[in-house]
Design a protein around this ligand. Structure first.
Ligand code: HSE
Length: 435
């Protein structure tokens, strides 16, 4: 039996589980790959740092270049742009295939990496980069290669789904849940990449590129995070039959691709509404297959290692039997649309004067901007006290749900609503997904 030499770069939570499973599952992995996946070394920054007992310390090295030079497959689990990018390019130059979980690197430098892999006639695999154990990259690249995808909608960040779910089920506010999540180790000490939507945006760019055979870079994805979602937003959504989820959305429109990450109102009847805690799920809509959902653990050592190992088995079998991983397919070359042209349904909640003509005024502003209203709800609320203690305005809470409208038209609508003398304030504006 041949042996395929595997170099592991990084020995964190995922790397540790990859090393453990390569050892524990060696017989099965060998049978599936047609070769022994022989772990020849683990590159780390500090050889003496404490490690899980599963790690064979004799494999640890700080000489990354020497390790790469002797490898057939390099598993990059360092994360970040550099030095990960240079190590991957070095691996390709030595004729090694690469398995990575590095979403930020792929979203920023995917084309360069794909080209280098194709030039070297080796594989680039990255199942672990999007939604951990959930085989959505394989699903898009291979299972759905016979279909025409129209939309990919995903909960691809477990930290934010955990936070929003805790807010929903316990009625807590964002800061309280974030602090608790950090205490329990569910959220990073610096939560920016997760809560501000950047981690999801990198994954959105990767999914959109695969789904629509076009290059979508991370900085072309419109990003809104969840910091501004309040406990009141959540309870209003619950009352109206929705849950708020951070959704990475990539849709094919007539003129190009729409790619956004934003908190959205998801109807309770939508399959993504039932994704709780830190779980991930990706819904793919395709013309022939119709709707599919991929669900599972998007983070964590063993689940992410599962995706890494399946890539390693595929890469090893190509080394033994020939063939290669799918190359970058960008033949459609669709443009990414500016956010102004993106289209969504919206829910706009307003405090308005409880007076004659207010509905005519409000609906008139929507109409003048070409935004069609699908439903209006009105609740009498209270008398706002004037700042000087004098009796203020009698207001009611108005909820306007629209049909699909361009972002630019919605922005103009809300700007004009702000200026209307009937409007005491705009309370929230949120995208709404179709059921
Ligand atoms: N931080 C990510 C999450 C996992 O919370 O889902 C790695 O991308």
């Amino acid at each position: 039996m041949e042996d395929v030499k595997v170099a592991l770069l990084g020995c964190g939570t995922v790397g540790t589980q990859v090393a453990r499973l390569l050892d524990e599952q060696a017989a099965d992995l060998t049978a599936r790959a047609g070769a022994w996946l022989h772990l020849t070394g683990i590159a780390v920054r500090d050889i003496d740092a404490p490690r899980d007992p599963a790690i064979d310390r004799t494999l640890l090295t700080t000489d990354v270049s020497e390790l790469i030079a002797g490898a057939n497959i390099v598993v990059e689990l360092i994360g970040g742009i550099e030095p990960a990018r240079s190590y991957i390019l070095e691996a390709f130059e030595h004729g090694a295939s690469v398995v990575t979980g590095n979403k930020a690197l792929l979203a920023a430098h995917g084309p360069e990496l794909y080209e280098a892999a194709a030039r070297a006639d080796v594989d680039l695999y990255y199942e672990a980069a999007v939604a951990g154990a959930v085989p959505v990259v394989y699903g898009l690249r291979e299972s759905l290669a016979g279909d025409r995808i129209t939309a990919v909608l995903g909960i691809v960040n477990g930290t934010t789904n955990y936070i929003l779910d805790e807010m929903t089920t316990k009625g807590l506010d964002f800061d309280g849940v974030l602090a608790e999540a950090q205490r329990l180790g569910f959220a990073e000490a610096d939560p920016t990449a997760d809560v501000d939507g950047f981690d999801a945006a990198a994954k959105c760019a990767i999914l959109a590129s695969l789904a629509f055979h076009s290059r979508v870079a991370m900085d072309q994805v419109h990003v809104e995070g969840i910091r501004s979602v309040t406990a009141e937003d959540i309870s209003a959504a619950t009352r109206a039959g929705y849950v708020i989820k951070l959704i990475a959305s990539a849709k094919r429109r007539e003129t190009g691709i729409e790619a956004t990450v934003a908190p959205m109102l998801i109807p309770n009847s939508h399959p993504l509404a039932s994704v709780h805690g830190p779980f991930n799920a990706v819904v793919i809509e395709a013309e022939a297959a119709d709707r599919l959902m991929f669900y599972g653990r998007g983070a964590g050592g063993a689940p992410t290692a599962s995706a890494v190992l399946s890539d390693a088995v595929a890469a090893a079998s190509h080394i033994v039997e020939g063939g290669h991983a799918p190359r970058e397919l960008i033949y459609a070359d669709l443009p990414v649309l500016p956010i102004e042209e993106s289209v969504s349904r919206y829910q706009v909640e307003l405090a308005v004067d409880d007076t004659v003509g207010v509905l005519t005024e409000v609906s008139g502003i929507f109409a003048r901007n070409g935004v069609s209203i699908s439903a209006v709800g009105q609740e009498h609320e209270r008398v706002l006290q004037g700042e000087d203690g004098l009796p203020g305005r009698a207001v009611c809470h108005l909820t306007v749900t629209t049909h699909a409208a361009p972002y630019a038209a919605l922005q103009q609508t809300t700007a004009q609503l702000e200026e209307s003398r009937y409007v005491a304030g705009i309370r929230r504006v949120m995208r709404v997904e179709e059921a």
